[in-house]
Design a protein around this ligand. Structure first.
Ligand SMILES: Nc1ncnc2c1ncn2[C@@H]1O[C@H](COP(=O)(O)OP(=O)(O)OP(=O)(O)O)[C@@H](O)[C@H]1O
Length: 375
């Protein structure tokens, strides 16, 4: 990759984040939305670590709280929502939940690059993409705007687009898939070292999706990033993520190295998600959709296990007691019915969770293999 825009920024304040991939520690994070029935939690007491240099995937059905979690990483939850408890510690930035005003604006884009779920429609319809790029550069004090444009063209070119043409285009002149790639370009172009991608490939056909996932992985490794990918698509995380967190009803119910979580799922919800994937070969009847529907804010139970209504393993204790996250080797699982925890605390699991089986080349190869078996 050629020199990056941040290499050329002369008039910027010192880069407090440094050059390395930052670690992120989300602790006790809760987010509520105000509704006619009062403030209801969309994310509840989440503890999640993003080890430096890894790609973490967050999966779960619609409404499980994935986007709300992603927004919290940027302290960007908007009313009627608010972060009601917890912290998001990013190396070099501190607790972003406490950042305000100019500090926060600077952090977004420059330190934390992001693509929101609605990336396809988040461009300004009146301005060419290139003009919006220059606005972004100026608002972050980029000295070498030509370098910024070069970088944008290069990123778009790698994603299979004619960069110069795209920069000259307005939103309505681009297809959904092109806009999606423009969104990814904006997330990467300021050379942030923490990148949050919310459904980065939803508008893309399978072949373009595979290309984009490869590029996300390549850029992640070239630049030494810490990356969070939010998706409802297990295929996407199998392809790209070292570590995986499975969300349901605002809780993380299972987390650990992708290879382990997908290869040998422990939580009944994770198992259900995997069983629901239709296979191209074999008995079509093997794919079993999860019965029932995920809860809404109004139907998330106030006590007990959030998954119990749909759970085949439910017992009485699930109605009254919320299952704690228990370590199973490098994994954390919140389920009363999963036996054989190692008895380690969260820290114990988190420590080897970073790399163990996380899948540097070997882990991904195995994960890819697991995916091949699925099809
Ligand atoms: N602005 C809002 N006002 C009220 N409730 C909201 C708001 N935004 C999200 N919610 C609710 O919060 C819960 C979590 O939503 P969120 O969008 O974070 O989930 P998600 O897993 O990202 O789902 P999807 O994949 O459909 O975006 C859902 O029940 C949703 O209806």
């Amino acid at each position: 990759m050629p020199s990056t825009p941040s290499d050329t920024r002369a008039d910027n304040p010192p880069d407090t984040l440094g050059r390395g991939a930052p670690g992120v520690r989300i602790s006790g994070l809760s987010v509520v939305y105000r509704t006619p029935a009062g403030e209801l939690p969309a994310v509840r007491g989440i503890d999640l670590e993003l080890p430096p240099g890894t790609i973490t995937g967050v999966v779960g059905e619609s409404g499980s709280g994935k986007s709300t979690l992603a927004l919290s990483l940027l302290n960007a939850v908007q009313p009627p929502g608010r972060i009601s408890a917890g912290s998001v510690e990013i190396d070099g930035l501190g607790d972003v939940v406490t950042l305000r005003g100019e500090e926060l604006r600077r952090a977004r884009g420059r330190h934390v690059g992001y693509v929101f779920q609605a990336a396809q429609n988040s461009l300004n319809p009146l301005k060419p993409v290139g003009k919006q790029l220059l606005d972004l550069g100026r608002s972050h004090g980029v000295a070498d705007l030509r370098g910024l444009v070069r970088e944008a063209r290069d990123l778009l070119g790698r994603m299979g687009l004619d960069g110069a043409r795209v920069l000259d285009s307005r939103q309505h002149e681009l297809s959904g898939g092109m806009r999606q790639r423009v969104g990814i370009m904006f997330a990467l172009v300021l050379n942030a070292h923490l990148v949050v991608l919310d459904e980065p490939t939803t508008a893309l056909d399978m072949i373009t999706q595979a290309t984009i996932l490869r590029i996300i992985r390549e850029v992640h490794e070239e630049r030494g990033l810490t990356t969070l990918v939010i998706t409802h698509d297990l295929g996407v995380v199998a392809e790209v993520a070292d570590r995986l967190a499975v969300m349901y009803g605002g809780r993380v119910v299972e987390q650990g190295p992708t290879r382990q979580v997908l290869g040998e799922p422990l939580h009944p919800y994770t198992r259900g998600l995997i069983q629901a994937i239709p296979r191209l070969v074999g008995d079509i009847g093997e794919a079993r959709a999860l019965p029932g529907r995920p809860p809404t804010l109004a139907t998330i139970p106030a006590a007990g296990c959030v998954f119990r209504e749909r759970c085949p393993l439910r017992t009485d204790v699930c109605v009254t007691q919320e299952p704690p996250e228990v370590a199973h080797g490098a994994r954390l699982v919140a389920c009363h019915a999963v036996e054989g925890g190692t008895g380690e605390d969260r820290a114990g699991a988190g420590n080897h969770g970073g790399q163990d089986g996380a899948g540097e080349p070997e882990g991904r190869a195995v994960t890819a293999g697991a995916r091949e078996e699925q099809v």
